[in-house]
Design a protein around this ligand. Structure first.
Ligand code: C2O
Ligand code: CU
Ligand code: CU
Length: 491
């Protein structure tokens, strides 16, 4: 392990180009060439649990996981040593999911991206004590897409997710099934939970943050994909569909192919785009999901790279980007190719501005003055707020009306913040006064905001009462835990 690891940590200078917002940039990095990235181990693919086969049972437990062969790290996992099974859901069907807590501490398990009532949402109120379990039984009313589940324990979300508690939901519907997209799970339809962690002699450093890391979000240096480092995966000689999740606590990711060839973005969090959008790089904020398609028909291998880029200033951080291997795809005739890239993917029926019944403003705020004083999240709870208020589980910040169209105007102070709300998906209307690019014209539940205004249109089709309200918050988990969150009911 040490030898391989050194080979991609040590090297000379190299030059690569990247662009953001249409402007080309040249930056140097510490690698002799991206090809110096060597893959270590086969990609682990989470087990698939199909909700149409009956109740799904997922158990959170304290575990040990080998990120590097033979070296055990203390982790938490759902039914496994790190992360959890992929749960398949079907539109217009009911699902029954039981979450068991075998940890030594309380947790909650939230379905991020699911349009389910507050009762089944797994927010901070929905606590599962050690040794207990909850069963969520809900109807799937949303279209095909890629969601995920993770703890949402007040003040503990960052730590529990960091320890390994996260998993995918894949929602399927008749329309998406009719498109002949790559759909053989784990073969040409592959979920990738991408995170960053720190390793000391191959052992994961347990979660801990300084005040500065609470302010900036915890940013670590090693890319971890499905709980493995620099993995490879054999795939058919055809189209491969990757479901990318930025599962980092705070890191922004930029994906690109090592040979600079294009790939196609086909879906945002809440569903397929109208059409595939060719791109040479894709930036994702924490909590976001995107599906991309890569053509493996003419090549023996392709490397998907991920650069860590800063949230404070995406422009500046391009110069400091360190490419890491997210996945090496190796095509093999042994696996049967299936699926194609359709020209038309979806019909997105947008909202009419004239139907907007309510407008709401959300300003994500950080009080920088208290910095340096203490390393405790709790001591500085009031430093992180939305509209001047820190999260208070006893306070409902607003009430939305079922079925009513709303326009939310969101902005963030000091740095970029990925804003997320529970219970629905939205469409971006504008960001900094500009209409979204084609690649962002899809159903989303998490959006990167800066000090300019991001306008989104949304409505809620499921209720959330005072006992189990929905949340909106920054998805930099350190910010969320420190109070950059609010809650609302839907009646
Ligand atoms: Cu991904 Cu409120 O959470
Ligand atoms: Cu969520
Ligand atoms: Cu934030």
């Amino acid at each position: 392990m040490d030898k391989n690891r050194r080979s991609f940590l040590i090297g000379g200078a190299a030059v690569a180009t990247a662009s953001l917002g249409g402007i080309g940039y040249t930056f140097s990095n510490q690698l002799t060439s991206s090809r110096a990235l060597t893959s270590h181990s086969r990609l682990p693919v989470p087990e698939l649990l199909d909700s149409s086969q009956g109740e799904v049972i997922v158990t959170a437990q304290d575990m040990q996981h080998e990120f590097y062969a033979g070296l055990k790290s203390k982790t938490m996992g759902f039914n496994s040593s790190y992360l959890g099974p992929t749960i398949k859901l079907y539109k217009d069907k009911q699902a029954r999911v039981t979450f068991r807590n075998q940890l030594s501490e309380p947790t909650t398990i939230h379905g991020h991206g699911l349009h389910v009532a507050g009762r089944w949402d797994g927010g901070p109120q929905n606590i599962i004590k050690p040794g207990e379990q909850v069963t969520y039984q809900f109807d799937i009313i949303q279209q095909a897409g890629t969601s995920w589940y993770h703890p949402h324990m007040m003040g503990k979300t960052a730590e529990q997710v960091h320890a390994g508690l996260a998993g995918f939901y894949i929602i399927e519907d008749q329309h998406s099934a009719s498109l002949n997209l790559p759909s053989v799970y784990g073969v040409n339809d592959i979920p990738l939970a991408v995170q960053d962690r720190t390793f000391v002699n191959g052992v994961m450093r347990p979660y801990s943050v300084t005040m500065e890391q609470i302010m900036e979000g915890l940013k670590e240096d090693t890319l971890v994909v499905n709980g493995s480092i620099a993995p490879y995966k054999e795939v058919p000689q055809g189209w491969v569909r990757l479901r990318l999740l930025n599962g980092s606590n705070a890191r922004y990711h930029r994906y690109r192919l090592e040979d600079s060839s294009s790939f196609y973005k086909i879906a945002t969090e809440g569903g397929l785009l109208e059409r595939p959008v060719p791109m040479s790089e894709l930036i994702m904020a924490p909590g976001e999901r995107n599906e991309i398609m890569i053509d493996m028909s003419q090549v023996a291998s392709r490397q998907l790279l991920c650069d860590f880029i800063g949230g404070e200033d995406l422009w500046l951080s391009l110069f400091a980007a360190k490419p890491q291997l997210a996945l090496e795809l190796r095509s093999t005739p042994q696996l049967e190719a299936q699926g194609e890239l359709p020209e038309k993917l979806n019909h997105i029926l947008g909202y009419k501005l004239t139907d907007v019944a309510v407008e709401r403003d959300f300003v994500l705020q950080m009080d920088m003055e208290g910095e340096q004083q203490s390393d405790s999240i709790h001591a500085h709870h009031n430093m992180f707020s939305i509209n001047g208020r820190s999260m208070n589980m006893k306070h409902i910040n607003h009430t939305s009306k079922l079925g009513q169209l709303e326009l939310w105007r969101i902005s963030g102070e000091e740095m970029r913040h990925p804003f997320h709300m529970h219970g629905t998906s939205f469409l971006i209307l504008s960001q900094n006064g500009v209409a979204p690019a084609d690649a962002d014209r899809g159903w989303k539940d998490t959006v990167d905001v800066n000090e300019g205004v991001t306008e989104v249109l949304l409505k809620f089709d499921v209720p959330a009462d005072r006992q189990y309200p929905f949340m909106y918050h920054c998805h930099i988990l350190e910010h969320e835990d420190a109070g950059m969150m609010g809650q609302f009911t839907v009646e």
